[in-house]
Design a protein around this ligand. Structure first.
Ligand code: F6R
Length: 366
């Protein structure tokens, strides 16, 4: 059932090329330059007339929501707010019929997300679900939605659910951008072509596993990790830190790289490994200068870089390469090495990778 892999988590990491394909199959027609999803087409007016989109989710799904915030605002020019479902439901939020709420949930059973949906519906908002589990409570409770089609995710740590959520939300953002006229037809087509190449590029990224395992072995005994990223890759830094915490039990924090100097830089010494997402495009020069600041304080840098990178390579202690892509699609690649790094550290520490202590796959109580 684990298909020859030692753990479900590793199997699911390796399923990502096909899972991402399954998410866009039939919805993205590259030759015709069309994106079509019934749940979006049928409710196009609601999306286009929305004052804003509020995304509600928990955990890794909330991180996918943060990536979506960048892509919706950047491409479709629709204001987006991303909320922890648990906070949203209890803080008397201002919601009206002019709001569209997107609820993201792999399991479709997360209690706080379900409660946030019910609250939003009671205020007259249109609620759209992005779920993986077909027929789940959230899929049934929402007004409309689209499934990620990632297939069953058994490992408690979410992997393919995250990348397929981002894929689906990217399709929605592109579709709305086209309808809004905020993206040119050539740029739209370019995005589709690049998205179609992502599964192959994920496969290529997975080939770094042995190298990542070697890095895992060097750092497996440290007690703290930092993860940094900017722009589209800020949420990836948060997700990388969460993945390490939950399966290895090593303390890790994710930050936007520029926030370093507002506090966390005090933590840096020769014992602190810092994973920095430093791909080309996406504020590259600024990230390079953040890396220089860390190096001058003797921190250890593990850089996630674009193939052929030289600048970061010259500064970092280790680099892991990912193929080049559009900045907006880069989280689909930069996430992969972070999943593998957490996985291998956890395995080396003899952790129960698929069922970490104190965690459940669906959090059906608040
Ligand atoms: C992290 C993880 C959790 C879930 C969160 C939301 O790896 O699995 O943080 O992402 O509990 O779950 P869903 O997406 O099922 O609502």
């Amino acid at each position: 059932e684990k298909g020859g892999y030692d753990h479900f988590m590793l199997k699911e990491i390796y399923e990502q090329p096909s899972a991402i394909k399954d998410t866009y199959r039939g919805r993205m027609l590259v030759d015709e330059a069309i994106i079509k999803m019934a749940g979006v087409e049928d409710n196009m007016k609601k999306f286009l007339n929305a004052n804003r989109i509020i995304i509600v989710a928990c955990g890794t799904s909330w991180h996918a929501g943060l990536v979506a915030e960048y892509i919706f605002e950047d491409l479709a020019r629709i204001p987006v707010e991303v909320e922890y479902a648990s906070e949203f439901r209890y803080r008397n939020p201002v919601i009206t019929e002019k709001d569209v709420v997107i609820a993201i949930s792999q399991s479709g059973e997360t209690a706080d997300t379900l409660a946030a949906i019910k609250l939003a519906k009671s205020k007259g908002a249109f609620v759209f679900g992005v779920c993986n589990v077909v027929g789940s409570s959230i899929a049934r409770e929402t007004n409309a939605g689209a499934y990620t089609h990632a297939g069953p995710e058994i490992g408690v740590a979410s992997t393919k659910a995250f990348t397929t959520q981002i894929t689906l939300l990217t399709l929605i953002a592109l579709r709305l951008a086209r309808a809004n006229g905020t993206i040119s037809s050539s740029d739209f087509r370019h995005h589709l072509i690049e998205l179609e190449m992502i599964p192959e590029k994920v496969k290529k990224t997975l080939e770094s596993e042995a190298h990542i395992k070697m890095i895992a072995d060097i750092y497996k005994d440290v007690h703290h990790f930092l993860y940094l990223g900017r722009g589209y890759n800020f949420p990836v830094a948060l997700e990388g830190a969460l993945k390490l915490k939950e399966i290895s039990y090593i303390h890790a924090e994710g930050y936007p790289a520029a926030e370093m100097k507002h506090g966390p830089i005090a933590l840096i010494d020769e014992n602190m490994p810092i994973v920095v997402i430093a791909t080309k495009r996406g504020h590259y020069e600024k990230v390079v200068s953040n890396i220089q600041e860390i190096k001058s304080r003797k921190g250890k840098i593990i850089g996630i870089v674009t193939e052929g990178d030289v600048e970061v390579k010259a500064l970092a202690d280790h680099v892991i390469e990912v193929p080049e892509t559009l900045e907006s699609l880069s989280p689909l690649l930069t996430t992969i090495p972070l999943q593998l790094l957490s996985y291998h550290i956890a395995v080396m520490l003899n952790r129960n990778v698929d069922q970490p202590r104190n965690l459940a796959k669906s959090v059906t109580v608040e």
